[in-house]
Design a protein around this ligand. Structure first.
Ligand SMILES: [Zn+2]
Length: 251
């Protein structure tokens, strides 16, 4: 079956003498593994540009029951050169790519793909040395599009409202903020009111006002990583996230 779909390159490595194997985020068929035969040998108009995070219209030959499909063509629409121009932007884009690789199956999830490309666009033009805020907004937007956005207004367990200006406790297993009574029973990580306000904006696709200092960025990245690990259940490390957390803005 031939499927033409918007797609973004998440991972690319050489295969045999002249081919490449790619992991693609696609709008119509989730995340797919494809082989681009002869992609490294072709020249001129035949050559497909398949660098990390480029976006294009991909022609996929999908074989039912197979794990590896064939890429017939890739018509480039966006290259986002800004991602490679700043280490912090690249670290954030890598973490967003890792999120796609780990959370998205071969099922079509167009709204997740749309959130992903919007996040890449925002990160690609983030101020140099200050990409963490755009990256966090993109990551929480992706989490919301995946359908497990955290409860932020009311207790995730008993639904008691939590005033917007109050510090709260974040319970990873419960999937959001906890009231004092449920927090005393279950424990969790302290979430200052300002940080909760950031999360609220990011999950709604709104930017946080002002720059994000490194300490606050790290605290946010730790909370996000713990939340993702709680919902992954497979115990594997999130390597790109770990690297991003160590150095949120690329030095
Ligand atoms: Zn409660």
């Amino acid at each position: 079956m031939l499927l033409t779909t918007p797609a973004v390159v998440l991972h690319a490595f050489p295969y045999l003498e002249s081919s490449r194997i790619l992991r693609l985020a696609t709008r119509e068929a989730g995340v797919q593994s494809v082989i681009a035969k002869g992609a490294r040998r072709a020249r001129g108009a035949q050559r497909m540009t398949l660098d990390l995070f480029v976006e294009g219209s991909a022609q996929l030959y999908l074989k039912p029951g197979r794990d590896l499909h064939t890429l017939g063509g890739f018509d480039l629409t966006r290259t986002r050169p800004g991602l490679g121009a700043d280490l912090g932007r690249f670290a954030a884009a890598n973490a967003l790519g890792e999120l796609m690789l780990r959370f998205v199956s071969e099922e079509p999830q167009p709204e997740v793909f749309d959130a992903f490309v919007a996040a890449l666009d925002a990160v690609a033009v983030a101020p140099p040395g200050d990409a963490a805020s755009a990256g966090l907004q993109g990551a929480w937007g992706l989490v919301a599009a995946l359908g497990f956005g955290p409860a932020l207004e009311a207790c995730a367990v008993c639904l008691a409202p939590i005033p917007p200006d109050a510090d709260a406790t974040f319970g990873h297993a419960a999937g959001g903020v906890l009231c004092p009574r449920c927090a005393a029973e279950r424990g969790g990580r302290r979430l200052p009111a300002a940080a909760r306000d950031d999360l609220r904006r990011w999950t709604e696709g709104l930017p946080r006002p002002g720059a994000l200092d490194v300490g606050t960025a790290r605290a946010h990245l730790r909370l996000l990583r713990e939340f993702l690990q709680q919902h992954l259940h497979d115990g594997r490390a999130l390597r790109a996230f770990d690297a991003w957390e160590r150095d949120p803005n690329g030095g």
